[in-house]
Design a protein around this ligand. Structure first.
Ligand SMILES: C[S@@+](CC[C@H](N)C(=O)[O-])C[C@H]1O[C@@H](n2cnc3c(N)ncnc32)[C@H](O)[C@@H]1O
Length: 211
């Protein structure tokens, strides 16, 4: 991970902490865990990466893709998208195999003009920073655009939520309870696996849902 990458991420966190939701880009270990089921893919697949940041997950996803696969990368922050665009142009890890279609889009996921459904959705938006109605919208949208049998993965930091909960006023606590209940309802229907990644700041759960 370069200093430029970390500095840019930190600046964007400082200027826009609700959307960015983390002080550092994720580790390679967390990227690999998020793409764990994608790594077992069979045949051509469509992949969506939601909330790419500086490309910590993207660089783990690209080498897994082969001729006939496609990847849509959606990032709301124009500075992070521009940085990621440079990485696609200059860094070997971001060079995809022949026949792989990669589409990097600077957009709000809620406004993205979706076409069809995906086999894999790798999602790292900071859900717990959003109000409950938005959490519901994001998750409904993602499950709607996931193919039957497709796999959705999302990350959830360990400890941070609990610390924030106990340090928050009652109205924030009520929102956090509501968000947890929304995620739990989806998880009860779809979750089939989860794994912990200690090699990340902070340590993180990766949850896997199948439609
Ligand atoms: C926690 S960071 C994860 C970044 C990267 N995947 C990583 O693991 O280092 C969340 C990312 O989601 C992006 N994001 C937040 N809300 C978004 C939205 N509505 N649409 C698209 N991207 C969004 C943020 O700008 C940020 O880059």
């Amino acid at each position: 991970m370069t200093l430029k990458n970390q500095q840019l991420f930190w600046q964007q966190f400082r200027d826009n902490f609700v959307h960015v939701g983390a002080v550092l880009p994720s580790s390679p270990a967390l990227g690999r865990a998020s793409a764990f089921y994608l790594a077992q893919k069979q045949g051509p697949v469509r992949v969506l990466e939601a909330g790419a940041g500086t490309g910590a997950f993207t660089r783990e996803i690209i080498p897994l893709l082969a001729d006939g696969d496609s990847l849509d990368v959606v990032e709301i922050n124009p500075h992070l998208t521009a940085y990621l665009h440079q990485r696609f142009q200059h860094e070997p890890q971001f060079k995809s195999s022949q026949g792989v279609k990669v589409h990097l889009v600077n957009a709000d996921l809620l406004q993205f003009p979706f076409v069809g459904q995906y086999d894999y959705i790798i999602f790292s938006l900071p859900l717990t920073n959003f109000p409950p109605f938005l959490v519901q919208q994001f998750l409904e949208l993602m499950m709607h655009h996931l193919k039957p049998n497709g796999v959705f993965s999302y990350v959830k930091y360990i400890f941070i939520g609990q610390v924030k909960y106990y340090a928050s006023p009652n109205d924030t606590k009520a929102n956090m309870d509501e968000t947890r209940a929304i995620i739990q309802t989806f998880a009860q229907q779809y979750q089939f696996d989860r794994r912990v990644v200690m090699a990340n700041v902070p340590p993180t759960w990766v949850h896997y849902w199948r439609k």
